[in-house]
Design a protein around this ligand. Structure first.
Ligand code: GUN
Length: 283
């Protein structure tokens, strides 16, 4: 039987609608308008596209946003100075530094400088640590969006076997933590994993976040599994996921498409975190 498609675009639209209404109420109550600063260094086309999408989404729900586009030659100290200014700017509640940064910059030092209370990406060590010990905190937007999708299809991860492919700080590691928090038995796979296909075949929930077009084949998928595809791979004019969707949809129980799956959810979660930051939900 063909898998049910998890329509991230539609779920994200609902979230944006609810956020727009929430922001309207907050403003009527005399509360400040949530504000997001997006910092983009260099001219990576994919990062440029994501930043534009984030800006458009902010506008649509009523979040103030400002962009700081900086040359790839910017010095570490200048960028740290900008973060300091944004940390103390009252109209800015969330700060997002689009990653990856050029190799000439120390990415972790930049992230560490963001006020944890404005770290809507959940990349600051304080928020990472809080996630690990199960305290409320900003959670990286992509894994947060994936958990929201899993909840939307009313799939309970408790006692299930989850396999996450990819151990990045942005997706793989926080994804594993979130699934663990929900009582899944989690395996985190990576480039040195011995028999990746065999690991994947055990998975009731399979999250692919590797950046290799159509790497996950139908025969890697346990029949009926929830398959979440984080990949956005440009191949010629096409955008392909990490999962070979056309064949995988005949094996999976649920599957996310690319585009229109995880991507829109990531942006919706960023908006949600910005509103939470404005309301000081965690700090
Ligand atoms: N690069 C790829 N994904 C993300 C993300 O979620 N946040 C930031 N800041 N950079 C990214």
């Amino acid at each position: 039987m063909a898998a049910q498609i998890i329509d991230g675009k539609a779920i994200a639209k609902e979230i944006r609608k609810a956020l727009a209404e929430k922001i309207k109420v907050l403003l009527e109550q005399g509360k400040p308008r949530p504000g997001l600063a997006v910092v983009l260094v260099g001219d990576d086309p994919a990062s440029n596209l994501y930043v534009n999408m984030k800006k458009k989404a902010c506008k649509e729900v009523g979040i103030y946003s400002e962009e700081h586009r900086l040359p790839g030659t910017i010095r570490q100290n200048e960028l740290l100075g900008l973060i300091d200014n944004l940390n103390s700017d009252a109209k800015i509640h969330g700060i997002l530094v689009q990653l990856p940064l050029p190799k000439s910059l120390d990415e972790q030092e930049i992230i560490n400088r963001i006020d944890p209370a404005k770290d809507v990406d959940g990349f600051h060590p304080i928020n990472v640590g809080k996630l690990c010990i199960g305290e409320k905190a900003f959670i990286p937007c992509t894994p947060a969006g994936i958990m929201h999708m899993i909840d939307t299809i009313e799939y309970n991860p408790s006692g299930k076997k989850a396999v996450v492919i990819g151990r990045s700080n942005i997706v793989g590691k926080p994804m594993a933590q979130l699934l663990l928090q929900r009582n899944a038995t989690v395996t985190l796979c990576h480039s040195k994993t011995k028999d990746l296909a065999a690991e994947c075949r055990q998975a009731d929930i399979l999250v692919a976040a590797v950046g290799k077009p159509e790497m996950v084949k139908a025969d890697w998928i346990k029949p009926g599994a929830v398959v979440i595809d984080v990949g956005i791979n440009k191949v010629g004019t096409k955008t392909l996921g990490d999962v070979a969707f056309e064949q995988a949809k005949n094996a999976a129980g649920w599957i996310t498409p690319v585009p229109g799956g995880v991507g829109p959810m990531t942006i919706a979660m960023l908006l949600n975190s910005t509103v939470n930051a404005c309301e000081s939900v965690f700090y």
